[in-house]
Design a binder for this molecule. Structure first.
Ligand code: SF4
Length: 253
């Protein structure tokens, strides 16, 4: 087997044809790729950290409550779309008390550019009331209490625990799900399976930021349709059969 040093002395990969990429994604999703070694995983996160020591999420917020609201709004919507609506929303309501007082109709009006805005408005009003009545107006800090809020699932709870409260949770969204499966780093049929595997394999010292590194990697490099393997920091480590490894030289990592 090649040493890590040898494998890194390759140029980053290009990708195969769309049909082969699609077949490669199916193979990866079926868990057919070889498992990463501990050294490879350590190396991947070392590079992510070197490239971006303090990665941040892209949802704008000003306190734990507005973060929770932004994450609820981001379900099946882009962060950019949510960020367009939230400045006016947070100017009107940046606490659960104010959000509950806005009322559903006014809230709908403020978030109407975001998909599923009616359901989200309903959930946000109910969630705000619950935080006021059951948690003294503070966003709860436990997964159980967060997941008991209307419109809040495991992913949202994980983002809030990580970003607002500094816990080393990994929220598996569509990007992390794809990157975990496609690279072979953490294959799984459900987001929970991918989360559990990542939780097991990501070294403790990288876990706090793993979530953001993987999301940003999926959003800007390992794109769904046409991953930019030729620009990828971890191309030599990735097990995806859809890339074309071009031998020899250059490791700028
Ligand atoms: S992780 Fe990198 S090399 Fe692997 S598929 Fe994604 S972009 Fe390509």
């Amino acid at each position: 087997m090649q040493s890590l040093r040898q494998s890194r002395a390759r140029t980053p990969a290009k990708v195969k044809s769309p049909a082969k990429r699609s077949a490669a994604d199916h193979a990866a999703a079926a868990g057919a790729l070889p498992q990463w070694t501990t050294a490879e995983i350590e190396e991947a996160f070392r590079r992510f950290k070197a490239a971006r020591p303090e990665p941040k999420g892209e949802l704008r917020h000003i306190n734990p409550f507005t973060l929770l609201v932004a994450v609820v709004l981001s379900a099946q919507a882009t962060d950019a779309g949510v960020n367009k609506a939230t400045p006016a929303l947070f100017a009107a309501a940046d606490t659960p008390e104010k959000m509950a007082a806005l009322g559903e109709e006014r809230l709908q009006d403020l978030i109407k550019t975001i998909g599923l805005f009616r359901t989200k408005a309903k959930n946000l009003i109910a969630l705000s009331k619950k935080i006021v009545h059951e948690h003294g107006g503070e966003v709860p800090r436990t997964r159980e209490a967060l997941e008991a809020l209307p419109g809040v699932g495991r992913k949202t709870a994980n983002v809030v625990l990580n970003v607002a409260f500094g816990e080393a949770t990994i929220a598996v969204d569509t990007h992390i799900f794809r990157v975990g499966n496609r690279t072979g780093m953490a294959a799984g049929k459900t987001p929970l399976e991918v989360e559990t595997k990542l939780d097991r394999v990501v070294p403790a010292k990288y876990k706090r930021h793993a979530h953001h590194w993987l999301i940003l990697h999926g959003r800007y490099v390992c794109l769904a349709r046409r991953p930019l393997c030729e620009k990828c920091l971890i191309a030599d480590l990735c097990k995806w059969p859809g890339k074309t490894v071009v031998n020899q030289r250059s490791s700028q990592h």
